[in-house]
Write a protein that binds this ligand. Structure first.
Ligand code: 5RP
Length: 234
């Protein structure tokens, strides 16, 4: 079983758990649920396992990464492939930065492609974060997943347009990190003034599989030591 995310104590753990528990309130029996990736999503997955077990519900889950899939197995959840379902009712995931328009930067964990496929397919996509990630402006590292054949041409195109991007490296091997889809990830630091425009620009570059700018979200559940608030649909 892979060590999911980290076994180290996480000082933000209680807040992450709080937002995950709030997200569980939208779960209904019979749903098809998209499982995000990362330390916050981990709390949702384990909580969902407990909820489903205690209620005797039938839930099907579509995980967005290898780690989330194995955590779902461990939590006793029913896991299905994306092509085994004809819709996703509800998807829950963490994020790296979220603005008041509920646009976000995601993908620090390298799972952005599957996360976006599942989030955009879901009828309801909920982001769970602590309040340090809720910012007026989207800025930071935007991951761009590229097919290995095209990483140099994508980098060149970005540089020509004034964006510096570096191939993400992993641990335990030399060279680029390989995503769950067998691709490379280029990390580009940027201020995103117009998220839909930047998302479309990046996705139109040949060889780009997808980028970590997300422009579709139903609600964000934002936690702090003092409580949780919901921005977006209630
Ligand atoms: C992984 C992601 C994560 O959801 C995002 O990086 C937030 O992670 P965490 O909850 O660990 O802070 O997009 O690709």
């Amino acid at each position: 079983m892979p060590a999911t995310v980290s076994d180290k104590p996480d000082p933000m753990g209680p807040v992450k758990k709080k937002v995950a528990l709030e997200a569980l309130k939208y779960v209904r029996d019979g749903m098809v649920i998209g499982l995000g990736t990362g330390s916050t999503a981990t709390h949702f997955i384990t909580g969902l396992g407990e909820l489903v077990r205690s209620k005797g519900w039938h839930i099907q889950c579509v995980p967005t990464s290898f780690d989330s899939k194995h955590l779902a197995f461990k939590s006793g959840l029913g896991v299905v492939e994306l092509d085994a379902v004809d819709h996703i009712d509800y998807a829950v995931d963490g994020a790296d930065v979220v603005n008041p328009a509920l646009q976000s930067i995601k993908g620090a964990g390298g799972a952005l492609v599957r996360e976006k496929v599942v989030a955009y397919e879901a009828k309801d996509f909920t982001i769970i974060i602590d309040d340090s990630k809720f910012k007026d402006h989207l800025s930071g590292i935007v991951p761009i997943e590229v097919t290995p054949f095209a990483y140099s041409t994508v980098k060149r195109k970005l540089r020509t347009d004034g964006i510096e991007a570096l191939a993400r490296t992993g641990t335990g091997k030399f060279g680029p990190l390989i995503s769950d889809n067998g691709n490379y990830i280029l990390d580009a630091r940027m201020d995103v003034a117009d998220a839909p425009q930047m998302e479309s620009y990046l996705e139109a570059i040949p060889g780009v599989v997808d980028c970590g700018i997300f422009t579709k979200c139903t609600r964000a559940i934002i936690g702090s030591a003092s409580g949780v608030k919901v921005v977006g649909s209630n």
